[in-house]
Design a protein around this ligand. Structure first.
Ligand SMILES: *Cc1c(COP(=O)(O)O)cnc(C)c1O
Length: 360
């Protein structure tokens, strides 16, 4: 197991930390430390360390600025009632990060380095884990290429980092608020043979103009169709989609290389199956989704991902109009699954799946 060197650092005053934790927001405040590991072909991954959170100094010619050679992850550390701190299925994030790295011609980080780095960071910054309802320490592992040359080829200098952000509800507000979704017709997020299955910044860069279009249409999230036929609903810019039918089936688009395999998605599939629901992974034509919503055979739709957990979908809008799911309110299956998942994550329900791992 790699040893992470802990550099002497200054911590922010307790009062400042407590003010942030009282109202953490999402992703805008960061803990005192970060993980760094460097890579080059001669030494592989080396110099594992925990240092004070600080800006990077990078050559303007660094590959990541020009060719977006980078990948990232997102997961959370949860405080339980007894003060212990836990992670949820981080091993699955670790192997997904390896798949992303391979697609981006970046070096793979070992599962052990990924998990140990996270555990060490959460240990030193344990006071930054908020303890309010549905609050957590959001962890953002990422790696980026910074060889200073403009030739298009894989970089030979790469840095891996993890930063940590105390976080509350992703969509703000309190309780479970259904979101309105815009279905983009003009913009694709990912195409066959592309990078859709990899968690990388380039996919997000490609999604932002569609997000602006959504907001202009009064929606808060975008759903993307498949890039070939523009017929099948795939996923949101950063969350997977599920539909629940009146006859108790739970349907999510089958994985393709243009869909990101969510850690939450696979947990939901497992929880739904164990709750006796019939789970289906299949293509989801937009027309069938609309028809099902309109005739009531689709009763609930929800989106899921680490940041926003499980969020009910109120409606789908495209240039032809709006289809409102049931009465636009959260459905019972959505709320049940959400409750089961969060109770496991926050240690309020036994975890029969071995998903939780105690950090401290
Ligand atoms: C991260 C992400 C998700 C959700 O994945 P989780 O592992 O559940 O957080 C879904 N879609 C995209 C495009 C993503 O980047």
């Amino acid at each position: 197991m790699a040893d992470f060197h802990l550099a002497p650092t200054t911590r922010r005053p307790q009062a400042e930390r407590e003010a942030i934790l009282a109202s953490p927001g999402f992703g805008s405040n960061f803990s005192d430390h970060m993980v760094l590991i460097d890579w080059n072909p001669e030494h592989g991954w080396h110099d594992h360390r925990i240092v004070g959170y600080a800006p990077f100094t990078l050559d303007p010619a660094s590959a990541v600025f020009h060719y977006a050679q980078e990948a990232f992850e997102g997961l959370k550390a949860y405080a339980h009632e007894d003060g212990s701190i836990w992670r949820f299925r981080a091993d699955v994030n670790a192997t997904r990060f390896q798949r992303s790295a391979r697609r981006l011609a970046l070096p793979e980080l070992s599962v052990d380095d990924f998990l140990t780095g996270i555990d060490r960071l959460v240990e030193v910054d344990r006071d930054w884990v908020p303890r309010g309802a549905e609050q957590s320490l959001y962890l953002r592992p990422f790696m980026f290429a910074h060889s200073a040359f403009l030739a298009v080829k894989p970089s030979t200098s790469v840095t891996y980092a993890v930063i940590a952000s105390p976080s509350g509800a992703y969509f703000g507000g309190s309780g479970v608020q259904p979101v309105k979704i815009w279905v983009s017709r003009d913009f694709s997020r990912a195409a066959p043979g592309g990078t859709g299955f990899a968690k990388c910044g380039g996919n997000y860069a490609a999604s932002m103009v569609a997000q602006q279009e959504a907001e202009a249409a009064g929606c808060s999230q975008v759903a993307f169709l498949d890039a070939v036929e523009h017929r099948y609903v795939e996923e949101l810019g950063g969350m997977n989609l599920f539909a629940v039918t009146a006859d108790g089936r739970v349907i999510t688009p089958a994985l393709t290389d243009s869909i990101l395999e969510g850690v939450t998605r696979s947990a939901v599939l497992r929880l739904a199956a164990d709750a006796g629901l019939a789970v289906e992974e299949s293509r989801l034509p937009q027309q069938e989704l609309h028809r099902g919503i309109d005739d009531g055979s689709i009763r609930e739709v929800f989106a899921c991902g680490t940041a926003a957990i499980i969020t009910p979908v109120a409606s789908f809008t495209d240039p032809d109009g709006t289809h409102t799911v049931a009465d636009g309110q959260p459905g019972t299956t959505t709320l049940d699954l959400r409750q089961q998942l969060t109770e496991i994550q926050y240690g309020r329900r036994p975890d029969p799946y071995g998903w939780m791992h105690r950090i401290v």
